[in-house]
Design a protein around this ligand. Structure first.
Ligand code: NGQ
Ligand code: ZN
Length: 455
């Protein structure tokens, strides 16, 4: 199948260009021509077209309890670790068909906000009682079915989870659906890969959950067995984690990770909130992508990542929707910049002039997201997946804005959603601002929430 799109205005790797023809074949861009005259065989796309961005960190199932943890527990103070208990309780209620429905709605929302791919950091593997499904990748298969229905580019990251804390502490009741040994994990990865193979553009990687849940020797073995593709890990998100790591190993988390395994450009360090100057320099030198999840990090009270310093060191980053408490590409970027403004009492912290702040962050998120997903996207160029996001240039927030100001208006100044059309791997998945399967996906989501509420 071949398709020809005529884009009035588009963001190409070389900058903003007018009258661009994009030819895509089997989901990939086959040709890009600039300054062309549209012909009858071109589909005309008005507005401003930017590359789709990879959402580099999601736990899809958590969309299902969004908004239900905004009450402070009895007397005690409320924080990340109390939220986690509530999250575990919810995780125990989810069956495969529930996960499929919840993931599909999350993916629809991602696509409608400009994310065309997602790295799903997937760890709810077993039955609610901890016993195995006949197919060890039964829950992974549910995420794959959701991606088949929504068209999002899926990078599935089966998670290795073995311990309840540093020093090999045993896991608790709430974690029993997550736990495998190394051989069980390798079987799970193989089974999950077979499901992903059915998905156009699907990819597989692995995710050692965190230095808390994975012992040093396990991490080394995982990197040896599965270190060719994307490798993602949660790291240094909470100060308690830094303190525990220092107490157990004498090293800060990012230092500890990099002492143990060779971290390269295929690694995504999720959060990396609490890093010192040495760790910032090491991450940049390794070429690893930092996976920032500003909405979730704010929601969970994690802290503020030193993004200004990371950018100055030449570090790469992308953004992820993580807990999916609210799914929005522009809002992730806005909060990222605003967190730095609040910290520094200054403006335009993440700009690399002459690019504007919105443009600089967008370019980083597109490049870092593509790198973390392992897919070579994030750009409108020959060989890249045909992932395109058309913004409505007539939207009140965008009208009259030109060049980088379009991205700035979208990120900083639009209350509504100016995303009008989205193509993921050449498939039109959003038309006139709505996902083409939204009605069915919402119906399944409502049914799933009703089932879960009765458990
Ligand atoms: C997760 N989420 O795996 O869903 C984690 C919480 C943990 C975030 N870190 C569990 N945002 O880190 O132990
Ligand atoms: Zn996470």
């Amino acid at each position: 199948m071949s398709d020809r799109l005529f884009l009035e205005r588009a963001l190409l790797p070389e900058g903003w260009r007018d009258a661009v023809r994009v030819v895509h074949v089997d989901g990939a861009v086959a040709d890009v021509e600039v300054g062309v005259t549209p012909t009858a065989s071109d589909e005309r796309v008005s507005g401003v077209v930017v590359p789709g961005v990879g959402n580099l960190h999601s736990h899809a199932f958590q969309r299902g309890f969004a908004g239900l943890t905004e009450r402070r527990g009895e007397g005690a103070s409320d924080h990340f670790w109390t939220w986690r208990e509530e999250m575990y309780r919810f995780a125990r209620t989810i069956l495969p068909e529930d996960l499929e429905a919840i993931a599909a709605l999350a993916q629809v929302e991602m696509l409608e906000s400009g994310f065309t791919g997602v790295a799903e950091f997937h760890y709810v593997h077993h039955r609610p009682d901890g016993g195995g499904f006949d197919d060890p990748a039964e829950m992974s298969a549910a995420v794959v079915r959701a991606a088949l229905a929504t068209g999002i580019g899926l990078t599935l990251l089966p998670v290795f989870y073995a311990h309840g804390g540093f020093g090999g502490r045993p896991t608790g009741e709430g974690q029993r659906r997550f736990v495998t040994d190394l051989d069980g994990f390798s079987r799970l990865v193989e089974a999950a890969a077979a499901h992903v193979a059915r998905l156009p553009g699907g990819r597989i990687g692995v995710a050692p959950h965190s230095l808390r849940a994975v012992a040093a020797e396990e991490l080394v073995e995982l990197a040896a067995r599965h270190g060719d593709g994307p490798v993602h890990i949660h790291i240094a998100e909470q100060t308690a984690e830094v303190e525990d790591c220092l107490a157990a190993t004498g090293r800060r988390p990012v230092d500890r990770l990099m002492d143990l395994v060779e971290v390269g450009p295929n690694w995504c360090l999720v959060h990396a909130t609490h890093v010192d100057a040495t760790e910032v320099a090491r991450i940049a030198a390794a070429g690893a992508v930092v996976g920032l999840c500003p909405i979730t990090e704010a929601d969970l009270g994690d802290g503020i990542f030193p993004a200004v310093e990371h950018l100055a060191a030449g570090g790469r980053f992308g953004v992820g929707s993580d807990s999916n408490v609210l799914i929005s590409l522009p809002q992730e970027l806005r909060l990222l910049e605003q967190s730095q403004r609040l910290r520094d009492r200054a403006r335009n912290r993440l700009a690399l002039p002459p690019r504007s702040t919105g443009r600089t962050m967008f370019d980083s998120a597109a490049e870092g997201g593509a790198g973390a997903l392992g897919g070579g996207g994030g750009r409108i160029a020959v060989g890249a997946p045909a992932d395109l996001v058309a913004l409505d240039a007539e939207h009140p927030a965008l009208v009259g804005r030109v060049g980088d100001a379009v991205l700035d208006a979208w990120i900083f100044a639009a209350a509504g959603n100016p995303v009008r059309d989205v193509w993921a791997r050449g498939r039109r998945v959003v038309a006139d601002g709505r996902h083409v399967a939204r009605v069915e996906v919402e119906a399944a989501w409502r049914a799933a929430l009703a089932r879960i509420a009765k458990r």
